[in-house]
Design a protein around this ligand. Sequence first.
Ligand code: GLP
Length: 264
Amino acid sequence: MRVVIQQDYDKMCEWSANYIANAIREKAKKTDKPFVLGLPTGSSPLGVYKRLAEMNKAGKVSFKNVVTFNMDEYVGLPREHDQSYWYFMWSNFFDHIDIPKENVNILNGMADDLEAECARYEAKIASYGVIDLFLGGIGVDGHLAFNEPFTSLGSRTGVRGLTSDTKIANSRFFGYDPEKVPSYALSVGVATVTDSKEVLLLINGHHKARALAASVEGGVTQKWTASALQLHPAAIIACDEPACGELTVDTYKFVLDMEKNERL
Ligand code: GLP
């Protein structure tokens, strides 16, 4: 696992946006096949979306041949709800780039048959062969997408119950009332993410320091589902300095030392 430590949130986002844009451009040089990009919601990726949209406007990267799959969606929130992940993605990203509407995939948390919706989603991902790059964030409890602690590291897309911790954390978007946060979500599985060719996780802020340390220094465990990336051949964690607060000095030095050998 590669860990890229940046000084602050802005620099972490800049580095990550450049990495993603470069991956899209490199694939476009080799093939006409679309670039398949997994995407998260949350506050962590906002700076990355902003920069990618700016790069798109400046002609530095195009999303015309990019197909996206979002990680998750709340159950029971219609698209028009300002806290649905559909709404979040369109208002914060898709409305600002040149992606064709039909290339966007987001789980439908209002489907009559939620299990069938999840199976359809996995099948659609499979129809593209493999996701080229899955961008993600993590929760303070180390959850990846909505794969809360003790979700199987072999899980696929399915219905997930949210922990009280996550409902409290996400209540900031629901008038600080955890009761207003949906109790269920549809989410890609841990294995859906780790099946991707590359995974890039954004981890920023003091409040994520424990999760970062557990994901990087702890063992691979279902208690911290993001730790599954330790087994991935091409996983990157991009983080800021405040998120490194719980890393040992040894780890911190080792990671910076290893970065000297990287080209991008
Ligand atoms: C939610 C999402 C996760 C996201 C997490 C962290 O729970 N399901 O995919 O990574 O929030 O969000 P934030 O980036 O706002 O800290």
